[in-house]
Each structure stands twice: as C-alpha cells, then as structure tokens.
Design a protein around this ligand. Sequence first.
Ligand code: PBE
Length: 312
Amino acid sequence: MSLLSLKRLGLAAGLSLTLVAAGCGSGDEGNSDGGNAEGGSDSASTNYGEELNYEITGIEPGAGVVGAAEKAVENYDSLAGWEVVTSSSGAMATALGDAIENEEPIIVTGWSPHWKFQKYDLKYLEDPKGVFGEAEQIKSMVRKGLEEDMPNAYKILDQFQWESKDIENVMLEINNGADPEEAAKAWVEENADKVSEWTKGTEEVDGKEIELVYVEWDTEVASTNVVAEVLRNQGFDVTITPLDNAVMWQSIAGGEADGMVAAWLPGTHGDLYEEHKDNLVDLGANLEGAKIGLVVPKYMDVDSIEDLQPAE
Ligand code: PBE
C-alpha cells in the first residue's frame, strides 16, 4: 500500500472520529468503571477494548516490552481484564500491517528505533504511570576475558556506536526484502567513515573465531549483522546465533558466547542486567534514545493508556 493511501485512510478515520474526541486525558485513576456508559464526556469514547477483544498484540514471551505490557495491565485500571498475547516480532509486524491495511484498530508492544515508524503513521500511547520507562540506551556486553583473548574484537565492540537513523536504514532494507547479511554489507560499504571509527586502533586478525548472540528482534537483527560484517572485514570468523532473551544474557555471563549488542537499559532488560552484571563486561551504549511502549496507528482515537476501557 502506498504512503498516500495510508495517509488518506488515516485522514478519513480521523475525520469520522473527531466529533467524539473532546477533552482527552483527565487522569481518573481508581475509577475503573468509567468506560462505555459515560456518554463520551471524558476520554475517547470508542470502545477499542471490545473491538480488540481486550487483547494487546505482543511479541516473544521473553521480551522486556512484553513484561512491561503485562505490568501495565496490572497497574492501569483502564487495562483491567486485558491480555498481552505473545507471538513473535514478525507476527506482530504482520498483524500491524494487516490492521492498517483494513483501517482496523490494533495495539502492539512496540519499540524504536524501528522501521514501522517510517512505513506507517503510528504513535506511542501516553504512559502517565511510567510503566514503560523513559528513553533508553542499547548497550554492548561481552564475556569476561574477551579483552585478553581477543583485544581487537573487544576494541571494535567497545567502539561500535551509531544512531537511530543508521540502524533504521538497515532495518528498512531488511523489511523491504534484503537478506540481513547483504543489507549489513551494503551499509558498511556506504558508511566507511563511521566504520573506521569503530575499527580505529585495531589490527586485522587471521580467521579467529568469535560468536555473537542476539534475539531475532528487528533492531538486533540489523545491529548484530552490521557488527558481524565489520568483524569479518577485520579477518574474524564470525558466527551469530539467535537465542531467547534470557538465554542470550546467560550465554554471555556464562562465557559460552563472546558478545552481544542487544542490551536495552536501564528499563527493558533491567532485571536481566541485575542478575548477570557481575559476570559480564558492560561496554556502554551503542545507541541512545531507544524507547518501548504501546503503539497504535495514528487514526485511532486514543492518546493515553488511561483512555482505554477495562473489560468490565
Ligand atoms: N525489544 C527490542 C526488546 C529489546 C529490543 C524492545 C523488542 C525487548 O522488549 O526486550
């Protein structure tokens, strides 16, 4: 679907809903029965809960954003009786695309950077209780002993650092059908200046084996493939292994894998970091300004989690 027709969809939906969109956002906490029967005087009066069967479209069960969404269900009266349905990042993206094509409501566990914000008109629902946290960093973690064993790889992982627009370019290419390794290769070729900052002060090696671990989230597919490509260009024999989130952390702390660039902190993976921080090496941020939350198409007449209606 073209961007133009998407915009038109959004506009049509926006117009038909404007009439009922008066005065949003008065925080009526504790008033859990303030839903459908109020005549639309307060928050958005479309009962999306009913239309959505009180379901939030989640991703992998181990993802931090799924845990945060479950916490939101517990903490917001407006989400009483809702459920976070887990699946995979790919299934979530498909469900989002289908809903937008049909101009239907949907609420997903979302995050940025992500190509979906370039492809669709989306918004984060306001989170007045701060359950999803503030802006985050994506950090790199390596196993203890890597610096001594592979100083050049350690230095590259330590120096790896880019911006949202960089990773989003790679993500968009992959979403448009490029093989992740090819997309990474192309980005590395086109961004030689940036890459040379990451390899600065290192020497090439001769086929030394290194294993990076990640989770198959779109962000991490992009970043891990780019770092792998840079290491390959320096002579490393790189394996990248997709794992469940908790297992990814465990494998670095246990020294089975060498490194990862997929740690979302301080919030999203805060509990995993606390559990493993004494057994790994924190190399700091590789990206600033990441974020998680509940994400909806802009044509939905809802701005805050508190505007939703509980199941009863
Ligand atoms: N994510 C992408 C992950 C971190 C990276 C937001 C889906 C999570 O929720 O754990």
